[in-house]
Design a protein around this ligand. Structure first.
Ligand code: ARG
Length: 553
């Protein structure tokens, strides 16, 4: 099924490799070869070169005809044979998986902060990382999902002091309680230096391993994870490691020693830094003047630990653009330390999220909880279903799939670098570029298949799927694995989202002009087979976007 390869082999020129063949733009055949880059070497115009290559493939049975157009050579395949290949040929995914077997990718994502709300801002990291997890897994990689918890810092001393002071020990603590305790501490300690001091004392106790302090700190951690795990479960997100910042407390010293031995550090105002002026960056802070380690120090130790433990081929950090400098510094320091694998570290950054037109800022108190957003979306999905299809069985579960899908597609449907605004009506629209639109198309396919059930599956005449509308769908189907690979290479789940929308639109166009179940058994079989392939592909693709595809809607 590897047509790029087949075409390049048919051209049989040392200048042309399969990477040079592209999928043709709409209306220009199936594949194309841009001939501009050979002009210099061959001393001919791109048009002439295209014509020469065309002569070479003239006798080829899988090419119906070619066309020279503006420096491109366009290939029109023999449609029936191509359709047969797509519908009956083995998929290339097994080869892809074999090629990737033994490769490991670490994905640092979600990486929430203990005792802080899981807000809609974390949604992007959670969704993009969770989707990349499934994408790499699909392609045969070994994936290690890491939730690099923000579970260390002086704030835990403050929270502990607040809990000792005002905490209600008679009932189970919640994430909300922790938030209020922390806010109250921040307010009151401003004019109460004695309270502020107690915060510092409590943190020292945690650091020194005082059993009582550590027990409470662990309780904060467990409480947060318990609540956050509910959201992860709902989204189908999983992690292989929850080693967060605290895990690296005893793993930083060797890194600091090595940095110093290699002459990379400098003491500045009592703090230990690595100067990065030569690379146009401010210094990377390794140790504060009071001896405390920093976020960057922990990340250095974490990268080393991951390299040692998982021997990754790639290590991704799915974190907002705001931390761009941090990661550039981190990667540079590791490179200066001579870590060969520093080149395999990637900051997979994403833009800002706003909510119904308002920016999200914890400091200004405009916090939107992710669990509430999911709950609201699911409830709205349920009322849409009640309105459109009141007799639907299993409404609750389907509303859950639609609501969660809508939220996931919001996070994954747009190029990750772009800023996005969450809007209930938009994410739940059944007509726009949304998950519900894809789910609806999938359900429509399923209901067509149920109606046409009596047509036996099996062989049918592939030339029945060569009209423009059917063929456009078949072409889309042939591209699935390539799109997934592209998404992995660019760390861009939106490539799959875009593809699925395109596929669904083409199928719907086909569906509008053609009856699927007709009097002609052969034709019915062929069209049902196409419908089934579309349903399967949408389902597979949505799964990679953390979204379920219910059979009915
Ligand atoms: N907890 C951090 C935050 O919420 C993100 C951590 C990202 N991962 C890392 N290895 N630095 O901002």
């Amino acid at each position: 099924m590897d047509y790029k390869k087949k075409i390049s082999e048919a051209i049989n020129s040392p200048l042309v490799s399969e990477e040079d063949i592209i999928v043709a733009a709409e209306g220009h055949g199936d594949y194309a070869l841009p001939c501009f880059k050979y002009a210099k070497q061959l001393h001919k115009s791109p048009q002439m070169i295209a014509a020469d290559f065309a002569a070479g493939v003239a006798g080829c049975d899988f090419v119906d005809h070619t066309e020279v157009a503006g420096g491109y050579l366009n290939f029109y395949l023999s449609r029936a044979a191509f359709v047969h290949d797509v519908m009956f040929g083995g998929s290339v995914i097994d080869d892809i998986r074999r090629a990737n077997a033994g490769k490991t990718v670490c994905i640092d994502y979600s990486s929430i902060n203990i005792a802080k709300p899981f807000h809609i801002g974390h949604l992007m990291s959670t969704a993009i990382g969770g989707s990349l997890y499934r994408i790499y897994e699909y392609l045969g990689w070994h994936v290690v999902g890491i939730n690099h918890l923000g579970d260390w810092g002086t704030q835990f001393g403050k929270l502990l002091a607040a809990y000792n002071e005002w905490g209600d020990r008679s009932k189970k603590l919640t994430l909300n309680d922790m938030l209020s305790l922390y806010v109250r501490f921040t307010e009151e300690s401003e004019h109460d230096p004695e309270l502020a001091e107690r915060g510092r004392t409590e943190f020292r106790k945690i650091e020194q391993g005082d059993p009582e302090a550590v027990r409470t700190y662990e309780m904060f951690k467990a409480t947060t994870l318990e609540e956050v795990n509910k959201v992860y479960d709902r989204l189908g997100i999983k992690f292989d490691s929850y080693n967060g910042e605290a895990f690296y407390n005893d793993k930083m010293q060797p890194i600091i020693d090595e940095l110093t031995e290699k002459g990379l550090t400098e003491v500045s105002d009592g703090a230990l830094i690595v100067r990065l002026d030569d690379y146009g960056m401010p210094p990377c802070l390794i140790r504060r003047s009071d001896g405390a380690s920093l976020y960057a120090t922990r990340d250095l130790a974490a990268a080393q630990y991951r390299a040692d433990t998982y021997k990754f081929d790639k290590c991704l950090y799915v974190v907002a653009t705001q931390q761009n400098l941090h990661f550039r510094q981190l990667f540079k320091v590791l490179e200066l330390m001579g870590r060969e694998w520093a080149k395999d570290l990637v900051h997979v950054q994403f833009g800002m999220v706003s909510y119904e037109g308002q920016p999200l800022s914890t400091r200004k108190g405009h916090v939107v909880f992710l669990s509430d957003v999911i709950e609201n979306t699911v409830n709205k999905a349920l009322s849409i279903i009640e309105e459109k299809n009141p007799g639907l069985e299993d409404k609750k579960r389907i509303a859950e799939n639609v609501g969660v899908g809508a939220v996931m597609f919001f996070a994954l449907g747009t190029q990750r670098i772009k800023d996005v605004d969450f809007d209930y009506d938009r994410v739940l629209s059944f007509e726009g570029e949304t998950a519900p639109y894809l789910q609806y198309t999938h359900a429509r396919c399923k209901s067509v298949l149920a109606k046409g059930g009596e047509a036996e599956p099996g062989e049918y005449d592939c030339s029945l799927l060569t009209d423009d509308d059917a063929y456009a769908v078949v072409r889309m189907l042939s591209q699935f694995d390539e799109v997934v690979m592209d998404a992995a290479e660019k760390y861009e789940p939106s490539a799959i989202a875009k593809y699925l929308i395109d596929l669904a639109q083409r199928y719907n166009r086909f569906y509008i002009v053609n009856r699927i179940v007709t009097e002609d058994v052969q034709l019915t079989k062929a069209r049902l087979a196409l419908t089934e392939a579309v349903a399967d592909t949408i389902k597979k693709g949505l799964h990679l976007l953390l979204t379920e595809a219910p059979d009915r809607m």
